[in-house]
Structure formats: structure tokens, C-alpha cells
Design a protein around this ligand. Sequence first.
Ligand code: NAD
Length: 553
Amino acid sequence: MKTPEKFHMSSEQQPQFSKGIDLLHNPALNKGTAFSEKERELLGLKGLLPPRISTIEDQEIRILENYRKQSNDLEKYVYLMSLQDRNEVLFYYLLMNHIEEMMPIVYTPTVGKACQEYGHIFRRPRGIFISIENRDEVADILRNWPDKDIRIIVVTDGERILGLGDLGANGMGIPVGKLNLYTACAGIPPSMCLPVTLDVGTDNGKLLKDPLYIGSHHRRIRGNEYDELLDEFMEAVSEVFPKAVIQFEDFGNANAYRLLQKYKDKYCTFNDDIQGTAAVSLAGLLSSLRITGGKLSDQKVLFLGAGTAGIGIGDLIVRALVKDGFAEDQARKRCWFFDSKGLLNSDRKDIQVHQRIFAHHHLPIGSFKDAVKSIRPTAIIGVSGQPGLFTKDVIQTMAEINERPIIFALSNPTSRSECTAEQTYKWSDGRAIFASGSPFEEVQFEENTFHPGQGNNAYIFPGVGLGLIVSGAERVADNVFYVAAKKMAELVSDEDLERGAIFPSITDIRGVSFEIGTSVMESVNGLSENLPSEISEKISSFMYEPQYMELLI
Ligand code: NAD
């Protein structure tokens, strides 16, 4: 029998990280059964692992087998999160190789369920929790985070989680999920990502009564105290992580707009619900026009929902029209809004400043179907968080007015969608161009198979973040989202359009993020600073690949 080779390590070769069982418990370095014989001997792992050495491909087969055996999506979520807690490289390897299958688990719709159940499925903390009680110690708390070169923070206060309302500190599932996508879709190294939840209480009575709820058991604190915490947080981030981009996510509508206006010229920050959603929707609209043959300036868009997402999309459509040479007030008249109180018209006294620019002269209308009949839109966009409001009548009316009606039902999760893909194709005789917020299966209608597009912000924010980080942007200009939307629409192929898909395939998402990152960097730095080839090179060399690191060099 061959005597196994003995390995020796000089003092300079001694690793700077923990060895033995502690190494197996370090998710950033753990390779599980893939540790080599040499590593096992020199890093005190002998006997702590089964003898057979696996490749990452072997590990992928094992994980997939177990993952697919889980009996429901929430269990799949828990399984994947536990994998991330044990072996980060393997987690991202799986997520990137199976993005279409796993994105609906780590993100919408399953993440919504996970947030609702967070206290009950909780295993191990991830990210930073900052409570309102932590006033004056936010910077110290941020310094507790082990990684020091943070480049992207996703922060929520949990007030409007997807379309599910106030989930308080349980909202942590959202920053965690979004950052998973930053790494999987745009290659932002996991050590540069930080999820943050600001726990200011919750007005969700069910959670307040739940002894397993993970947040502070009091009602939501608002007003000055809330604002002071937010100010302290933004200042503390710029002190502790000066290179970080801060993405606001799932804040309630009363705060989302206000905070964006307050911070966007002072910090490197954006709000994904407003600006990311706007970019993906504009991209969808521009691709739809390649099918209908219309121009953006000929469109009339009627929104169901005049909240964070809806007004953000309206603003970006206006920006795009102004770029095309339209006067701003004319451009605004292409966008109409209908909310829980009816049509937004100039007589309404109950609307906020940022909504007012879209409140046009019109008689009051209380039913959405009547609004469709009166406004005669070419596109309707659902961002109400209320399911089923695109009724058969509404869709049939759209199909009477338009040869190819554009219908986007963007509310998340799937249970909140304004209509399903199947209903839309059926009720419009297969003529509608459809996109949803959460994924729908392909639909067979008469002789045709339709591939509904998912207006998923994941097409936009990872690439935008990538471009901002690599370019070293100090602020996030509104133009960045226009650039991202235009680029994304260009990436939709004619074959995609023929299949009825107005977005690129989700399996191409890394390429999409790369292209968006490149365009964003060009718009931030200007081509005078870098040649296009240099920008591409900088972006691609920055992007993380899930490969095991050689621990013995
Ligand atoms: P929000 O709370 O800011 O706004 C909701 C709007 O819907 C409000 O204007 C409200 O008046 C209106 N509304 C509520 N009930 C209504 C009814 N019965 N009839 C007409 N209008 C009604 O929420 P938001 O941030 O704008 O998000 C709304 C939805 O959009 C959520 O479900 C969210 O998940 C979804 N969304 C999807 C994407 C995406 O797919 N890319 C991105 C962002 C938000």
C-alpha cells in the first residue's frame, strides 16, 4: 500500500484564519467534502470529514438531490439559507447555475412567505439589526460587522414588504434575498454585501402578539425619532463604510419618496422600489413597442396604484419622453393614475406633492374599468398590491381599444398579482403583451405558447450597483436608471420577442448585469476617462466567481 505523502507547512505558510472544526464552521472558507488531502492534513481537518474527496460538481449533485426533495418552497428556502450559512461558495455556485429555478425561492414569491414566517423558521442571524433603542450607537453597531470593505448595503424598515404590508423586523428576508441576487446576478463579492434592518417596531397586530416575532414588540415609531434614527444611520454608514452604495428597499410609501429626496444629493443612495421598478418597467414598455411598432410618445399609460412604484415608473417615462424632445408637462399627460380613491384628477385634495404632477383635469371616476374606457390607454400597469383588479371586463376593454394591449400586472408576490398570465392571454384572445412582477408559467392558448415576462427588478439593480461600485460613483444620478432601462431593452432579442417575452431570459442575467454595469459606469465616469474596453475589463475583473480558494499558498 502506498504511504500517503506527508505535508509540512513553514511558519510563513501558517494560515491567517482558524483551522480544524472552526474552519468547517466558517461559511466563507468552508469547502466541506471538497477540502484536498493536503488541506485536510495541514489545516487540522483529518478525520473531521468523510474520506472521499468531492469536486464542487459532486457537491452540486448532492445538494440538488436534497433540495428537490424538500416538500414545499418554504422548506427549499430554509434549505438554501442553511447552505449559505455552511458553505457560501457552494451556495452561490448552485444559485448561479440554477438561477431560474432558485430565484423564485431566494426572492419573490417565496421570500414573502419566509418573511411572514421569519420568527418561526429562524436559524441563524444574517445581517445587521438596528433598533430604534440603539440611537447614538449605530456606528458602533456597524463596526461589529466582520467584513470591512462593504460596497453595497440593502436596508429596509420592513413597513411594506412586497405587497404584504408591515412585517417589521421580519423584513430582513428582503435585504438578504436582494444581496444574494447582487452576488449571483452581478458578481458583487459576498464579503462586500451587508443586509440591514432598521427595527422601529411594527403596526402588524398579529406579529405583536406572536411570542416568536424577532423584532421589538411595540408599535412603529414615527416622526422625529424615526427621522433621527435614519439620519444617524446614513451618517454612520458614510463614516464606517465610506465606499458603500445604500439601496432602500420596501419602505412604506410615506417614507420612501421623502427619504429619497432627502438623501439622494447627500449620499450614494437609491430606492429600488421607485427607481429600479421604474427602469425595469420602462425597459418592458420599450421592448413591447418593438412588437406593437408604436413610439413611446404615442403611448398613454394608465396605472392602477399611485404609490412608490407607480409614481416612480411615471417619472421615468416622463424623463424618457423629455430625452426624446417632449416638453415635460406634455410628457406627464401621457401618464394617468388610479388609486384606492379613484382617478387622480386635479380636484383631488388627498394627494401628495409627488403625485400632484400626474393629477390632470378630468371628471372624477370611481371604477377602474370606467377609467380605461374614458382614458383609452395603450398600456395599463398594476402596482396596487391588490389581487384580481384587472378583471375580465378591464382586459376585454383594453383589447377592444388596442390591437396589442400592453398589460403589466406587477404586484408581488404572485398572490397579489392584478391578474394572471393565463387570464390575460385568454381574455384578450392572445393579443395582449403581458408582464408580471412574480413569475408565471408559460401559457398554452389555442395554437400558441406564450412566455410571460417577469418585470423583475433583479434585471436592473444588480447591474446598476455593479456600475456604481466599479465606477466609484459618489451619488446616484436619476439618469442612471434611464441608461439601465435603455440598455436592458436593447438586450431583448428578436427571438425573445417572437416568444412573447419582453425581457431577456433570466438565465442570461449575469450577461445583462454586466452590460448594464458597463453602461452605468460609462454614464458615471464618461468615456473620456476610460475607453469602453477598459470599462468592460474593469467590470469583468471585479465580478465574483464562486470557486473554492486555494487555502495553502
Ligand atoms: P404603495 O403602498 O406605495 O402603493 C400602493 C398603491 O396602490 C397606492 O396608491 C394605493 O392607493 C393603491 N391601491 C391600493 N388598493 C387599491 C385599490 N383597491 N384600487 C386601486 N388602487 C389601490 O406600494 P408600492 O411600493 O407602489 O407597491 C405596490 C405593489 O407593486 C406591491 O405589490 C409591490 O410588490 C409591487 N412592486 C413590484 C415591483 C416589480 O415587480 N418589479 C417593484 C416594486 C413594487
